[in-house]
Design a protein around this ligand. Structure first.
Ligand SMILES: [Zn+2]
Length: 575
């Protein structure tokens, strides 16, 4: 059922003082310690302990989120950065071991067996899993890994190029790859590529260390390799290594051919005679104006509310309530951190959307996407425990990616011109088709990396090229650029910073396509299923959540084939 929107009340605390805010670790510590020392003798006192723990978690989480929000909204105020750093350096480190003690206390309690497994099962499983993976000797290695992974960010953020007498970060420079002038695209592509190659060896050295240390962590925890360890650590209970391999094969067989056709179509629009080159794939055809869907953040919010209203007033009311509480910061401006996110605020229940809108079509997608995350925050907020709202990526991204597709038919709010509307809609489907093979490439490469941990740099390069070739459309000509292609894995942040965390996007993206197919068949039903699934947070397995959403948790070749046929038909309607 799609709920009727009710404004949230100010939360009443039952454990912490109502006016308590997190200032120092010394002020917080007694409340954590009190929970560790708490003796539960009855089921009732155990339940009360659980709800106190949940309240403490919500207060800490909301506090940490606000520190991050305030800092990213204004990076020029050093006191905001200090407040955030204080949390990371002074509160989190002493909190972690105590939080672990609390997990052990929960896991060892005989009362846990009396909890309703229909709701508590995923929570108790996560706790048991974290305890099982805990190894004292891995703490220091993990700290080393965190420092190394940070070096990737530091190295990448320093990369800039000079073009037409101005300096650009590589993210900023990427906009020139959309130019309709092939000379500009080629020049900027070469500048970006040679800048990356300057740090190639440095990043290779860094990666060598990461592979060794991650492998050691897995061996210490009793696993054969880091891949198998990481599957457990990421809580992948609903799918296996074999399922991932099937996903790779199915994407190669059913998605890459669609991507190939779209590239051929692009080539004809661009009127390119020879083969496509790497700097052509994002080009804009000559004479085509850039899409201009809204003027500023205020306009974006107003139009987003209109779009969501057409889906259901529940959704528009969510965004409107965020707006009235000052929980939308959409405009790009000097002194704001890059990127976009929805931050759930665990205690008050009304999330915060942060983004850097500059009037582009990409911003519309971001708004629809973050809107989906926000609805997930609202829908799951009434659940009794904070832990029930710790849902994994496979369902979180289903919420956001489905909302991009549900809203697509109402983008006329942004584009009055029919042709522009079609272009915007087609771009969304193209983006989905482009991303799936890339996800398969990165995931497949990681399986190789961590099951062959003693590989040499040369072997790594060969494995990367073979993986790229496997998922290639053969439509882009890389001749003369082989060294750039061979090092191109280094631009993927996830490989360095969050290993194996990538196929989740692919799973959710397929799920979102299935949700869209369901929506096209029966809108009311699809939106109702969507709300039902999201309001369960993580109190059911992923398989069950997908089922409640009205779709299958499946990435077998037969299923991907079906979805590919559905997208192909949708694309053909638009071409
Ligand atoms: Zn997202």
């Amino acid at each position: 059922m799609i709920p009727v929107f009710k404004p949230l009340e100010v939360p009443k605390r039952s454990y912490l003082p109502q006016d308590f805010t997190i200032t120092t670790w010394e002020a917080l510590a007694p409340y954590v310690q009190q929970l560790i020392d708490f003796q539960f003798t009855t089921m009732e006192s155990f339940s009360q302990w659980l709800s106190h723990l949940s309240e403490l978690e919500a207060v800490i989480s909301e506090d940490a989120c606000w520190r991050q929000i305030k800092m990213t909204c204004n990076t020029q105020d050093p006191s905001l950065e200090e407040a955030y750093t204080y949390f990371v350096m002074e509160i989190e480190p002493p909190l972690k071991p105590l939080a672990f003690e609390l997990q052990i206390k929960l896991d060892r309690s005989p009362f846990k067996n009396e909890l309703d497994t229909a709701i508590y099962f995923p929570y108790l499983r996560s706790v048991a899993n974290a305890i099982a993976l805990y190894k004292e000797e891995n703490i220091a290695i993990q700290a080393d890994i965190n420092v190394l992974a940070q070096q990737y960010g530091a190295t990448a953020s320093k990369m800039t190029i000079h073009f037409q007498e101005k300096e650009y970060t590589l993210q900023q420079a990427a906009k020139f790859l959309q130019s309709s002038d092939a000379d500009i695209r080629k020049e900027v592509f070469e500048l970006i590529s040679s800048r990356r190659l300057e740090d190639q060896q440095l990043l290779n050295d860094l990666f060598n260390q990461l592979i060794l240390k991650r492998n050691q962590i897995a061996l210490n925890a009793g696993f054969e390799n880091y891949r198998d360890y990481k599957f457990k650590e990421l809580g992948r209970f609903d799918y296996s290594v074999k399922d991932c391999f099937e996903f790779h094969e199915a994407v190669k067989e059913y998605i890459v051919p669609i991507q190939k056709k779209l590239l051929q179509h692009k080539k004809s629009l661009l009127q390119i005679q020879g083969p496509l080159r790497p700097w052509d794939t994002n080009a804009t055809p000559k004479g085509q104006k850039a899409l201009s869907p809204f003027t500023d953040g205020k306009d974006l919010a107003a139009k987003a509310i209109q779009v969501f209203e057409k889906l259901n007033p529940y959704f528009s009311s969510c965004i409107a309530s965020m707006q009235s509480m000052g929980r939308l910061d959409l405009d790009s401006r000097k002194g704001k951190a890059p990127g976009g996110y929805n931050c759930p605020l665990a205690e008050t229940g009304v999330p915060f959307i942060f983004m850097n809108a500059a009037g582009t079509h990409g911003d519309v997608i971001t708004m629809m996407h973050e809107g989906g995350h926000a609805f997930h925050s609202f829908l799951s907020h009434p659940l009794a425990l904070s832990a029930f709202k710790e849902y994994p990526m496979e369902i979180a991204e289903l919420a956001s990616m489905s909302m991009e597709l549900f809203s697509l038919e109402h983008w006329d709010v942004f584009y009055e011109n029919q042709e522009e509307l079609k272009r915007a809609q087609l771009e969304e489907l193209e983006r989905i088709i482009d991303v799936l093979p890339w996800i398969a490439t990165i995931d497949s490469f990681q399986h190789w990396l961590y099951t062959n941990p003693s590989h040499t740099e040369e072997e790594r390069t060969q494995a990367w090229i073979a993986t790229l070739d496997k998922f290639s459309t053969q439509e882009v000509d890389w001749s003369g650029l082989e060294s750039i292609r061979a090092a191109s894995w280094q631009k993927q942040l996830h490989l360095f910073e969050v290993p194996f965390y990538y196929i989740e996007y692919g799973i959710a993206q397929l799920g979102a396509l299935a949700m869209w197919r369901q929506y096209k068949q029966n809108k009311e039903q699809a939106l109702s299923n969507y709300c039902n699934a999201l309001s369960l947070g993580y109190t059911k397995s992923l398989k069950e959540l997908y089922q409640i959403a009205g779709i299958q948790f499946d990435f077998s070749p037969a299923y991907i084939k079906e979805l590919a046929a559905f997208v192909t038909a949708a694309i053909e309607e638009m071409l």
